[in-house]
Design a binder for this molecule. Sequence first.
Ligand code: SIN
Length: 315
Amino acid sequence: MQSGIVALIATGGTIAGTAERSDDHVGYRAAQLGAEALVAAVPPLAGRAIEVETLVQLDSCHMDHATWLRLRERVAAQLARPEVAGVVVTHGTDTLEETAYFLHRTLAAPKPVVLTAAMRAATALSADGPQNLLDAVTLAAADGACGVLVAFGGQVFAGSELRKVHGWRLQAFSAGDAGVLGTLADGTLARWREWPAQELHPAAAALPAAERWPQVEIVTSHAGASGVVIDALMAAGVRGIVVAGTGNGSVHEAIDQAARRAERAGVVVRRASRCQLGGVVGQRPGALPSAGALTAPQARIELMLDLIAAAAGRD
Ligand code: SIN
């Protein structure tokens, strides 16, 4: 374990949620507790060098780009302090994979930036948040650790590989075929793979204010699909569309035709899969451009960054 301060930045989520009854796993309210209360609920953290701040108290289904920019700025400021060993971010599980991917692509992280969350509210009979937070602090202080990481359910994920694969079970996350980076058990980190390599997007050099980010939306392909959503998005002036295709990125012909109309009008289209695992393998001749291994939400972030970089002449 590395000596140094762990900076904790709280953003809300179920980990900070409360309910009237301890057996209520659905009717709780997310994002009720601030950073101090989260740390106070973990007795083994008493006496540890932790500095806390509550950045926002959000149910992460409402996460927005302006908050991402504020979070990135606060994490970067903490990482720049020589006395800080690493940063922990508490977050909701619902968009955890998106925030993790955004930070992975836009934030230089020579020290660990560990996101964590919980599936059960802080008031639940067997809340998972306190152990996840303890594990996240352990990881943030681990010698040699670096990159955007996620500590959840005793497992360590690369932030870029995370996806939420279950709506309510405690083990809600997967890294797909890549597998977990390691495990955290009884305060001990076992690592199976290298720390994630830094892969900064060129747009990270100067991200504009959130209101100037290009609008990129996701459209899902499905049986009985039509082109009306894409046509409406074009009329609304979107700059990019990610089609979440079926299976290995196949797309209903009505959506495909509408996507071609969008491309001809200057909208950039990428093709991902609506499946949680596997991404899109290969590029069939004539098919819409593939987003590769990225999930549709990751592909949306990547396309926004590509458009930002292109507008700044940095692609
Ligand atoms: C949220 O994402 O903020 C609520 C759901 C959760 O954290 O599990």
